[in-house]
Design a protein. Structure first.
Length: 732
């Protein structure tokens, strides 16, 4: 029976969504008793997108929003391309009580876009439909779709695509991306799905749009106040017109007692398809006809053996599970083998009973900030292979530890690590120069950013969130407690290029709209905010500045007042490095920097590419930034390069005079090749046999004109280091 509570409303009244991003009472809100969503009508959306997308989505309980789940939901006309936009209109077409409809009208170049968002009374699903009309005289082959960019929780990529960050979707078992946590779930149902990015947060389909033609793209957003994602699969089956059956039963522990909150996980062809969140030992879920592997678990409990279950259309199948074993506990204590002092460390579970559901347990943890070198874990019982590391793959190899944990076990494990290289003792200090926290698409609190960076053997901390310094103050306090220098940064993020700027403290507020600004505006504003360094981040990514310049979509064109260009772990490196070499050929001292662009320290690895900067003590934030900007540094995925003459320095010689370039090299994965690069080409190289971790080398040059020299060093795993140049001036 309908009640007044389940009526649909559309309002501009300020609605407080916990952790929401809407900052204006003029933003339009569409809501009923189960869902609330707020549109970017007046609040500026992230990443330079035009107004009109959804800023906040939350399930509601007893009429109250739970929390904002997303950074943005919006239509993307052609992947994450630049978005030239001249108008936007957001209006309520229907305002309830049976149905609410919000219409968003915008343009993308010469394509007219109209997106309708429809919410029915008592429903928890928002229907979304976008029409695209090509007003140009050119045919377009594009990749349109929707982005549901999560703010928090965990993600389930469409089953069959697990582990694929970006790519085509052949083999996907569903058309749905799911974000979830213990008390909520949200899904983007995309029946047009052909391509994903960011593990499914971006869902695209191929589309050709002839001049004058109109095409539509339809999807649904499903929002639930629980993590029983079986209901999400049932919605998709209903939309497909597919049959389904019911699987239900009870779950018991090793003593025969009902498990209070069991989870029953369903696999199809080796992929996690769905799960049910049970209550008081009972569960129920909905599946298409077929054969599945099904098992039960609970938080920190063991998983039951998988049962093969066959589901029949419109029938109920019973399956109970028993024998779930109680959790085990293990206390890690990690020390330095040289002096037995505690070490910050990362602990990865390489093998063991790791649950498919993210909030039931992680595959990675870190030692504590205050109790250095200590990590106390509660895990399911079973056979484990742990990898314990400090500066793994850079300073030493991870140490693997194999053991079996029984139910109710309590163990202590002392792990001693022998560091093979100690760059800081030679005046070389490491930092990951692109790292996110928990603003917008980042999901890592400042505490865990610092835990991860220290565990990776970094000497300097950095935080660079999109268009925000909100968490820089917290990070600064945490770093100060550990006496670690901290670089407060911000990533200014229009749709056509991202730019790190630093240092910028927590009191700094971005004073322009990235989506309507030019590169000149952004670079100038960065200096006004006190930034000494402007970095071109991931220059050749889909939304990188150099790529946008090549495609003619960077507003204002090329501006050369940036300081550094970034080697980014998420994207291929060679094009960026060759562009740096070309700038050096032009005698421009624009140097390299490097960062992982980590958003989640549990999925990404902090410091997997990093900068080592040389400076004389004391190590301070200002000294580090100054040395980095001066080029006294190298970027590395593993090998370490210690020159006799610092990188970035200028050396003067006479024409034809011999200059000997001496370097000490190190690589825990053993050295294979060293290339001397001059004027953008390999001038000399030394092949190594892959058996040495340390090597002294010397190159001899006799230039007749001004030049520069840099190194590329490779190890046996294919990791490389790229140095900044040594400038050689040949006196007349």
């Amino acid at each position: 029976m309908n009640t007044a509570a389940d009526q649909v409303r559309v309002t501009t009244r300020d609605i407080d969504v916990p952790e929401g991003d809407s900052a204006s009472s003029g933003d339009l809100t569409l809501m009923n008793d189960r869902v609330i969503c707020t549109f970017a009508t007046r609040t500026t959306p992230p990443w330079g997108m035009p107004p009109g997308g959804i800023l906040d989505i939350s399930p509601t309980i007893d009429g109250q929003p739970v929390q904002d789940l997303i950074n943005i939901f919006d239509f993307l006309p052609d992947n994450w391309c630049s978005w030239p936009n001249t108008y936007h209109r957001v209006q309520a077409v229907e305002e309830g009580p049976e149905k609410g409809l919000v219409r968003v009208e915008r343009d993308w170049g010469q394509v007219q876009l109209v997106t309708d968002y429809t919410l029915a009374r008592g429903d928890n699903v928002i229907e979304v439909c976008t029409s695209m009309t090509n007003a140009s005289d050119q045919s377009l082959d594009i990749l349109p779709g929707y982005t549901l960019y999560m703010k928090c929780g965990h993600m389930l990529t469409p089953p069959g695509l697990n582990g694929i960050k970006e790519g085509w979707t052949q083999g996907a078992l569903t058309w749905s991306f799911i974000g979830y946590d213990q008390h909520w779930s949200i899904a983007l149902h995309a029946p047009y799905l052909e391509y994903i990015d960011h593990f499914g947060q971006d869902m695209f389909g191929r589309l050709s749009l002839a001049p004058g033609q109109t095409r539509t793209v339809q999807a649904w957003i499903q929002v639930c106040a629980h993590s029983n994602i079986s209901e999400i699969l049932r919605f998709e089956l209903d939309k497909r017109g597919s049959d389904w059956g019911t699987l239900q039963g009870r779950v018991y522990d090793q003593s025969g007692q009902a498990v209070a909150e069991p989870y029953v996980i369903v696999e199809k062809d080796g992929h996690t398809l769905t799960w049910a969140q049970g209550k008081h030992g009972s569960y129920e879920l909905f599946l298409p006809p077929g054969e599945y592997a099904v098992q039960a678990t609970a938080r920190h409990y063991s998983q039951s053996p998988a049962e093969t279950v066959r589901i029949h259309a419109r029938q109920t199948t019973e399956q109970d599970f028993s024998g779930l074993q109680a959790p085990a506990r293990i206390a890690f204590r990690v020390t330095d083998g040289r002096d037995q002092r505690p070490l910050d460390a990362r602990i990865d579970i390489l093998r063991g009973p790791t649950p498919a559901i993210g909030f039931l347990g992680q595959n990675r943890c870190f030692t504590d900030l205050k109790a250095k070198g200590q990590a106390d874990l509660t895990v399911p019982p079973g056979d484990y292979l742990f990898a314990v590391s400090h500066g793994g793959d850079f300073l030493c190899l991870p140490r693997e530890v194999q053991l079996r944990l029984e139910a109710d076990d309590g163990r202590r494990l002392d792990v001693c690590l022998d560091l093979q290289v100690r760059p800081a003792e030679q005046g070389w200090f490491g930092a990951d120069m692109h790292h996110h926290g928990d603003v917008l698409d980042g999901v890592t609190s400042p505490e865990f950013v610092l835990r991860s960076q220290l565990a990776c053997g970094l000497d300097v901390a950095l935080l660079s969130d999109h268009d925000s310094t909100e968490k820089n103050g917290i990070m600064a306090e945490l770093a100060a407690e550990r006496r670690v220098p901290f670089i407060p940064a911000m990533e200014i993020s229009p749709a056509w290029g991202h730019f790190n700027i630093y240092p910028v403290g927590p009191e700094v507020t971005l004073g322009l709209s990235p989506g309507t600004s030019t590169a000149a505006d952004i670079f100038s504003h960065a200096r006004e905010l006190g930034a000494e360094v402007v970095v071109v981040n991931h220059p050749y990514s889909t939304y990188g500045y150099f790529r946008s310049l090549e495609h003619g979509v960077a507003p204002g064109g090329y501006v050369d007042t940036f300081d550094l260009i970034e080697i980014n772990y998420q994207y291929p490196v060679d094009q960026t490095v060759h562009q740096a070499w070309e700038l050096w050929n032009q005698n421009r001292p624009v140097y390299l920097t490097a960062g992982t662009d980590t958003h989640s320290v549990w999925q990404d690895t902090s410091g997997a590419v990093r900068m080592y900067v040389h400076l004389n003590p004391p190590l301070t934030t200002d000294a580090y930034i100054s040395a980095l900007k001066s080029g006294h540094a190298f970027a590395t995925y593993g090998p370490l390069v210690f020159p006799e003459i610092p990188f970035g320095q200028e050396v003067s010689i006479r024409p034809g005079e011999e200059l000997r370039l001496n370097y000490a090299l190190a690589a825990v994965h053993r050295l294979t090749e060293v290339q001397l690069i001059s004027e953008g080409r390999t001038a000399q190289h030394i092949s190594l046999n892959g058996t040495e971790q340390f090597r002294q080398i010397c190159f001899s040059i006799q230039p007749e004109h001004d030049t520069w020299c840099a190194l590329v060093v490779s190890d046996k795993c294919g990791n490389r280091a790229f140095t900044n140049p040594l400038w050689v001036k040949v006196a007349a």
